[in-house]
Ligand binder design. Structure first.
Ligand SMILES: Cc1cc2nc3c(=O)[nH]c(=O)nc-3n(C[C@H](O)[C@H](O)[C@H](O)COP(=O)(O)OP(=O)(O)OC[C@H]3O[C@@H](n4cnc5c(N)ncnc54)[C@H](O)[C@@H]3O)c2cc1C
Length: 321
């Protein structure tokens, strides 16, 4: 009986959402009087188990194999499903990331489990987990209880608070892995170069829309992002115009992001854009139209020409950062 967090790592580095889920999981486990445990899968990753313990995992199941070095839907879902069958956890949490979105439904299907996705909050009511998730592009929220066991849930990254890390070492249980029946193997992963933080993990995002007027003008956003250590996003209008690649699109048909600060530059605030960023902690908007809908959502707004404002802000940020 336990709450499980399926840890996500890439190239030996844990994704922040895994630690966020552990921080939240610790609270929930205490309230429910159950254990918090983590599952770590990959190749040569055992060293990461201590970090999972530091954020509250009382036990870490470690499945290591060369074949698991790169993500494989079939391999990872097989390992997790077998572990679930053996240990019968009450709840299994994944990040709502490309990894979690691919893996969680497969695991839920194999375990015959109910699933709730993209959750932004969870609480305990009458000994049951109640999950909150945004619907209608963030205009409304549903609260769901899942009656089957285990419940599988995916957590929106950057929403749960990260707790304090404790000084502790992990209680590791090594998992026997038999991948003889796996039909598909990942032979190579080609990564795009570029040193910027990922959009979905960024603490600060500077985003540009049609108001940027052309691809070359994104340079001023890149410069501001360099100073802030931010990622650069875009509206669909900017992506459709061919100014930015689709992987940087924020919104209903792009990425959902929840940074601490989202700076929207020359973005009007269409509902489909808001769908992807309305759960940001703070929203700042720069737009020359004071009627722009983005100002209804923004915590801070500057009504002015972004080509005047952005370079000034960048210089000011340089002075304090
Ligand atoms: C099914 C569907 C899915 C969609 N999915 C998405 C999605 O995932 N993401 C998304 O973003 N959109 C999406 N859209 C499109 C969405 O409806 C809007 O068309 C789009 O978000 C508009 O982008 P924008 O704000 O950059 O452009 P606009 O709406 O044209 O706004 C440009 C803004 O820039 C301002 N501006 C212009 N010049 C300056 C300047 N010099 N200084 C300051 N401000 C300036 C203007 O005042 C204006 O407010 C979707 C639409 C549909 C129908």
């Amino acid at each position: 009986m336990a709450i499980w967090v399926i840890a996500e790592q890439r190239d030996g580095e844990l994704k922040k959402v895994s630690l966020e889920m552990l921080s939240k999981g610790q609270e929930l486990a205490e309230e429910l009087g159950t254990e918090l445990e983590a599952v770590l899968i990959g190749d040569e990753i055992e060293g990461l188990a201590d970090s999972l313990a530091a954020y509250g995992a009382a036990k870490v199941y470690v499945a290591e194999d060369e074949e698991l070095g790169t993500y494989s839907s079939e391999g990872y879902s097989q390992v997790i499903s077998e572990l679930i069958e053996e240990n019968e956890p009450d709840a299994v949490f994944f990040g709502h990331t490309a990894f979690g979105k691919d893996l969680a439904p497969r695991v839920a299907q194999k375990a015959g489990a109910g699933m709730v996705s993209d959750i932004t909050a969870v609480e305990v009511e009458a000994d049951q987990l109640v999950f909150t998730r945004p619907i209608y592009a963030g205009k409304a929220f549903t609260k769901s209880k899942v009656l089957s066991k285990p419940v599988v849930a995916t957590f929106r990254p950057n929403v749960q608070d990260l707790g304090e890390a404790a000084e502790t070492s992990a209680n590791i249980e090594t998992v026997d892995v038999d991948l003889a029946d796996i039909r598909a193997k990942v032979k190579e992963v080609k990564q795009q170069s570029g040193g910027r933080v990922l959009l979905t993990e960024a603490d600060i995002i500077v985003s540009g829309g049609r108001g940027m007027k052309g691809p070359e003008n994104f340079d001023i956003l890149e410069q501001m992002a360099d100073v802030l250590g931010a990622a650069v996003g875009a509206s669909r209008a900017a992506v459709d115009a061919g100014w930015r690649e689709h992987q940087y699109q924020v919104g209903q048909t792009g990425k959902t992001v929840s940074p601490t600060l989202y700076i929207a530059c020359g973005i009007s605030g269409a509902i489909q854009h808001l769908a992807g960023m309305s759960s940001s902690k703070y929203i700042a908007a720069i737009n020359k139209d004071e009627e722009a809908n983005i100002f209804n959502m923004a915590d801070y707004g500057i009504v002015n020409d972004l080509f005047k404002v952005v370079p000034v802000l960048t210089e000011e940020f340089k002075k304090v950062l």
